[in-house]
Design a protein around this ligand. Sequence first.
Ligand code: ZN
Ligand code: ZN
Length: 398
Amino acid sequence: MLFSKTTILSLLAVTAVDAGNRAWEPPIHYAKAAIASRDLSGVNNIYFNGTNVSSHHQAHQKRFFGLSNPATTGAYPRLWPNGNIDACFEQRSHLHQGVNKPTRQILYDNLITARELWRQAGLEDNNGKFRFNILPDDDAGCERNQRSTHLLIMYAGENNRKMSTTVGVDSPQAAPESDRPDSELGPVMTLSDVIDIGMGNVVANYAHEMGHSWGLHHEHQNPKWWSETFTGVERANYFFGEENFHCTNLRDYATVMAPYDGQPDYIKNAYKNEICRDRSKASRAKFAGGFNYVPITDEPGTIDDERNEPDWESIMLYPSNAGGRVDASGQKLNVLTKRNGDLIDPVSKPSRRDIAGLKKMYGVKTSFFAKLLNDKSNPLRNMFDGIRKKDRDSGCSS
Ligand SMILES: [Zn+2]
Ligand SMILES: [Zn+2]
């Protein structure tokens, strides 16, 4: 009996699906809200969908901290097909520097410059991959029924600090036929041009948001870098722990704690420990600061076990004072430092590891298959060799 190439591929496909995708769940939960990286925008609009990381996910060891689901099909959040993001500006205008302007006019130049930053750092887009393709406003791809596969770019509004992007292609929260707003029907990027947030540089901030859209999580939220208190995993060596994560310095900490005013200290402390250590609790409390700092232990993602230290140059790593409140003397307080107290400096461009991580993320299919078939310890290899020997018609010469 001959096995066709299709047989082999489907066999491997089953294995790939088993490795962490929730393939047996209904494909879309419209009722669930999207996970978004909210980037310290404020306290509103933090969603949590309770997605669990399967242990299989963590078995994949990659050079990045981000998504691992394939593009186009399967579980959300997905990667973009070949890393190509087709984007549309929200069709509305905003008052900006005294003039009413369409979203495109406010954001276009800085966004294109942000893509150029990635290019200069080594992420080419001339080989059919990693295009950040801004479609004309009247393009068919920008119609409501295409929202689930297109990025909607919104402007936060003048002096609004909101900055948030869905990581990869996230699950739609509503169907096009519903009466829900466009922003709930697919991946979204909301951009602010307030200067003193994030990296303190508008173009670098947009490059950071692009990193989220391609599928990268915050570098500092990799649980591998955090102490047992935050992750439940004992580590001899860690980079972030209670001594250098100053949760109470977060801008929205006081607001989130306000309902506990007048409560005894032990109650306040217990609540503080919840929202400052557990990301799902930070989310439920609408604590944007905590949500964006506390390690991600509850989302599909891939943890890099090949690296032993955070990438201090990553554009996905917050500088020490990101999200910090301004004290009485006008000083923006630090939230996260290195363990010796040294500051994490802002960066103005993606790092070499950011580029390598994204390339790895989007090359995952090829390298996964190649690795699988070359791995002598993989039981599938023997099966594959057997199939190969029988398959004289496969055209495979190796
Ligand atoms: Zn971010
Ligand atoms: Zn071959």
